[in-house]
Structures are given as C-alpha cells and as structure tokens.
Design a binder for this molecule. Structure first.
Ligand code: MG
Length: 170
C-alpha cells in the first residue's frame, strides 16, 4: 500500500515530466526560429520522451490503486541567448529531474515501498542517459563555438533522432 505522501510525490513527478515536455517544446520552438531544424527535431523528440515518462508514472499510479491528479505548471522559458544556452539549461533541467527522482526513491526507501523502489530504478538509469546526452551536446557546442559548418553538421545529425517507445512493458 502506497502512503498518501508517496502517492502525492509520484503525482508531482508525473506532472513535472509533463512540464519537462513543455520546457523542451519551448526549446524546439526557439531552435526552429533560428533555422536549426535538426536541433528543433531533437527537442520535439525529447518532449515525446518526457510525455512517455509522465505516462509511465500515470499508469503506475493507476496500477497501484492510486488516483492520478493532473495539475498545471509554471510557464517554461521561451527566450534563450544562444543554442549553447539552450543545452546548458537543458542539462540543468535534467539535473533537477535526477535530484527529484533521488528524493522520490529516498522516500520510497524510507517507507519500505519495494514495488515503487523497483519502479523508480528505470528512471534512475534513464537519468544517467539524459544527463550524458545533454552533457555531451554542451561540450560539442562549446567546441564548435563560432564554426557554423560544424553547427550545421550537428544540426543534420540531430535531425535523425526519432522517438521509439520501449516495446516491453517497462
Ligand atoms: Mg524525464
């Protein structure tokens, strides 16, 4: 049985994942306005991933007999200084998500809620990937600096990104 407090924090995290999708859609819009359609695609796919994360928690709450509670969230940032600024903020956002997942896991551990601890393990692993993806793009963009050829090459590379939801029930 999941406690009321843990259920509330799971709901909060679900809503935060929906908010993350909005954050990345705003970034996609900024990139599109800079004619960087590959970067824009990267963030559109990222937003799809975030909605998938949110729905994963949505389904878990229902499965555990809880009640999904959708709430609204703050406005995401729509203005950025540069493409590097976008990715630095993306990385900072992912670090916040990681901390939130850790706090959630700490609470589940405190409550000896083993099913939830096991459920959250997927998110912990996912965050390693998210931080690594954003971290490596920040480094690449710092190296690219003013080299527009390299920037367009990276844009082309990121235009290939697609969203494939995991086929197993994860
Ligand atoms: Mg996420």
């Amino acid at each position: 049985m999941i406690s009321e407090q843990l259920m509330k924090v799971l709901n909060d995290q679900m809503n935060y994942e929906f908010y993350s999708a909005h954050v990345y859609l705003a970034m996609a819009g900024f990139c599109a306005s800079e004619d960087l359609d590959g970067f824009s695609n990267f963030f559109i796919v990222q937003a799809e991933e975030e909605r998938f994360h949110a729905m994963k928690i949505f389904n878990y709450i229902s499965e555990m007999g809880g009640r999904v509670n959708i709430s609204s969230f703050e406005y995401p940032e729509n203005e950025y200084e540069s493409i590097l600024d976008v990715f630095k903020k993306g990385l900072a956002h992912e670090k916040i998500v990681t901390q939130r997942i850790y706090d959630l896991t700490d609470l589940a551990t405190k409550e000896k809620e083993h099913a939830t601890i096991s459920f959250l393990k997927w998110f912990i692993d996912e965050q390693v990937e998210e931080e690594s993806t954003f971290g490596s793009l920040v480094k690449k963009l710092e190296r690219i600096s003013e080299n527009s050829n390299a920037l367009y090459m990276l844009d082309t590379e990121l235009s290939q990104r697609t969203f494939t939801p995991p086929t197993t029930k994860e």
